[in-house]
Design a protein. Sequence first.
Length: 651
Amino acid sequence: MSEETKGQKLPEENTQQNIESQEETEKQLNNLSYEDHQIIESEEIHEEKTGDQIVDEIRDQLAHLSEKEHKRIEFDTAKLKNYSLRELTDEFKETLEKYPVQKVKHYLETIKSTFDDKFYTQKEEALNKYLDSHESERGFYFRSPEKDEFQALYREFKRRLKDAAREYRQKLEENKKAKEEIVNQIKELILNNTESLDYSTISKKFNELKNKWFSIAPVPKQDYNHLFKTFDFWVQKYYEYIQLNKEYLEKLYEENLREKQKIIERAKELLEKEDVLEAFRELQFLHKMWKEKTGPVAPEIKEEIWNEFKTLTKQIHDKRREYIAKLREQYEKNLEKKKELIARLDEILQEEVTEHRRWQELIKEVEDLKEAFKNAGFVPRKYRDAIRDEFYGKVRQFNKTKNAFYKALKEKQKENLARKKELIEQAKALSQEEDIKAAYEKCQQLKEQWRSIGFVPKRISDAVWQDFKEACDAFYIIYREKMHQERDAEYQNYLKKKEYLAKLKADIRENKIEDLTIEKIKEFLDEWKELGHVPENVRFINTKFHKFINSLFYRFNLNENELRLMQYKNMIENWLAEGDIKKIKKEINFVRNKIAEIEDEIKKAETNLQFFKVSDENNYLLKQLKQKIEKKKKQLELWKEKLQYLKSLEL
């Protein structure tokens, strides 16, 4: 490895570090209390401050803290996210009863915030379930016994907090008067001492008054600075007074230096403390001790010792500033993450879904999005409610669309079920049909209709299909039995037709049939038809017969149209004998189209006649056109007779 790259991390290592750092930041955010989140969001972190500015800021904060008990009771807030509503309610109640309300205010507010989030989530889930069977939110009401109990406990907490604040305000005023009395006693000690009092006695009395001053901690914040300045003024007067005793003064300076050095050492420890917010809170307490509980040191080291403490103060403050900036950056990342989830919801809402399978995929995805949103972490407070309402509003919109789809699907399935039940009844009736072949065709049509109908409710789809299948199977048993009987009969018909055709040919060949007329030929056709159908594999016997009949028509002096019509009827009779009804119906459509085509040609030709003059009678083209019209009219006459014949069959 080269010197340039030695000690540097690879991009993959940096990426992994970033991921681990982000995960650690998210973990820290989740473990913070409600009060800590408020501090993070309210803190001004944009401008770096000097040591003096930081000290001034801390002193201002000390004035505010002068009204409060410094040490609050700490709790493990991370566990709350795993609590149920019942457990949160019990935890709130137990904490309220066990501790002074002012010392657990921050913890109770954290429980309240956690409870509200969990209740809101449960309400959304209940609403989504309600919308599964209702078109709108109208009529929805979500009630939780824990909610009612918790609200009652929270009201009691607020009442106790108000009462405690009123009592505490009275205590602050009493403390103020007590401290004013101590200042007066110090003043009197210094101004009215007598020569009978030695330095030792004065110092003992002064220390008693000083300790008493610090034992009376909280005072109204508006009086804090004035009281302390007055107290500090007379403390300085005390030290001026005892300067007359140099040895004793040096002893006091040394004691005060040791106390200040202890504070500096603790500040150094705070600089290494992982809990940055707690470290800064303790730093404020150290400044209070420095200001209130330690006296002056020797003038020659006063500035040095103060600058050391001030430098540590700035380092702790800057570390806190960086920490808060990092956490707030994570707030923004969480916000972007939640916006991405909302954007995906928007994409889902834009999709036009018409299939059950796709709906199931989207339902699963939306559930995953809800879980991801829940676990995405804190976002800036000014966006918190809006982003949550927007997300769950879109979830409700999705559920409304989904429910509308499945409601329509259920209606369609009910309609499909009714249609399929009707097909089952029709399938059962097939066994009673006399025309077994027509019944078979109908059965095939019923199966096609069944496949085209679509889904029915899943719980009964197998049952209705089984009913339909059994009805069709019962018909097929009867159909096969009758077809077997019919094939036997049809084969006998074939033998009869074969014998009939052979005899007819022999009689014609030997001129045994006297007076052969067209009516006689029609009798042959009727007799042939009466012999019945033959099996499909021997239908060639019908073709042979009709070819033979066509040959007989040529023996008569028929015009072209008459002959063609006779042959056409003979062809249709053959189709009838074979039972090919579809072919005949198709022929009817063909004939109709042919008639329309010829009529159109005649009309066009007659239109063209108008272009010729009367004097053009001998024009060759005119003669050709008239001949064409005449020919087409004869064709039209034949096709109309064919259609008339086909209609007479009454298929």
